[in-house]
Design a protein around this ligand. Structure first.
Ligand SMILES: Nc1ncnc2c1ncn2[C@@H]1O[C@H](COP(=O)(O)OP(=O)(O)O)[C@@H](O)[C@H]1O
Ligand SMILES: [Mg+2]
Length: 273
């Protein structure tokens, strides 16, 4: 049975595309046939994240408009045997994709793949609403631990509910254990409780994500905490019978020597204007 996941957020720049690409890689390495659909039309990112910039010939809109077959538009990153991308169009507008065509393509993808991950545009506009249909099985909201992102996520939750989609689960991204320990940042559990939705996963702020990108690598190909966090989330999404409890970044009990030698956080002082 195939599962189609919508990966959305209220706010842009919270890590949707990065997380989608990494979860796709993690699940394909677990033996699943995975298709990532880049549905952020006009702002495509997945081709770059998966190292496929020079390999795109056709895209989602070409398939929707009938100018190519679905398999002509699908591309596979080198070295990944079960991961496929259906790229977004770079110079088109989201309104050019009809909800009916998208649903038809999604159903076709679900026949060929075990998992379909849909990287969505941010916000609650028509471009997102047009991707929501009864072929979508699960929904995820990506949220950073701040009030503005939580407020936007709440609104996206409302839109999903109105569209009759399953209640979303949340992945909290860019957590800083140091700030949480100092009581200056929400924990992942607090964000989930505020949104009143299930906490699917948590990912720390990790410079390795940026440094991997500089070297045109996926965070899944470097040894870093973000990779461990994303692998854990992929297992939870696949319902694998593995022990994948969340670490609770910033709430872990530290050994005594780490507690004593915690670097003090730099104070934020208001300047006189
Ligand atoms: N956990 C993280 N740690 C560090 N940087 C991150 C993390 N998650 C995302 N980023 C960075 O944040 C930026 C925005 O991510 P992106 O996936 O493009 O967001 P979105 O698709 O929601 O707009 C990228 O530069 C990405 O590398
Ligand atoms: Mg994106």
């Amino acid at each position: 049975m195939s599962t189609a996941w919508i990966i959305a957020s209220g706010k842009g720049g919270v890590g949707k595309s990065t997380i989608t690409a990494c979860l796709g890689a993690a699940m394909s390495r677990e033996g699943r046939r995975v298709c990532i659909v880049d549905a952020d039309i006009g702002l495509r990112d997945q081709d770059a994240l998966l190292g496929l910039e020079n390999r795109i010939v056709f895209d989602l809109l070409d398939v929707a408009g009938g100018s190519c077959r679905l398999d002509q538009a699908l591309v596979m990153p080198d070295g990944e045997h079960r991961l496929t991308l259906l790229p977004a169009s770079q110079f088109a507008r989201a309104k050019e994709l009809s909800p009916k065509d998208f649903r038809r393509i999604l159903l076709e993808l679900k026949e060929r793949f075990d998992v379909v991950l849909i990287d969505c545009p941010a916000g609650i506009e028509r471009s997102l609403r047009g991707l929501m249909n009864d072929a979508v099985d699960e929904t995820i909201l990506i949220c950073t631990p701040d009030d503005i992102c939580i407020r936007n996520a709440e609104r996206t939750c409302g839109v999903m509910e109105k569209k009759g989609l399953p209640r979303p689960q949340v992945i909290v991204n860019r957590l800083s254990p140091e700030l949480i320990r100092a009581g200056e940042m929400y924990t992942a559990a607090t964000v989930a409780a505020t949104l009143d939705i299930h906490l699917l996963g948590e990912i720390p702020e990790d410079a390795a994500v940026y440094r991997a990108a500089l070297q045109h690598l996926s965070p899944m190909d470097v040894d870093c905490e973000a990779r461990r966090a994303l692998t854990r989330i992929a297992w939870r999404m696949l319902d694998e019978d593995v022990d994948a409890p969340l670490p609770g970044y910033g709430t872990e009990k530290l050994p005594w020597y780490r507690r004593i030698f915690q670097p003090a956080l730099k104070e934020v002082k208001r300047i006189d204007r």
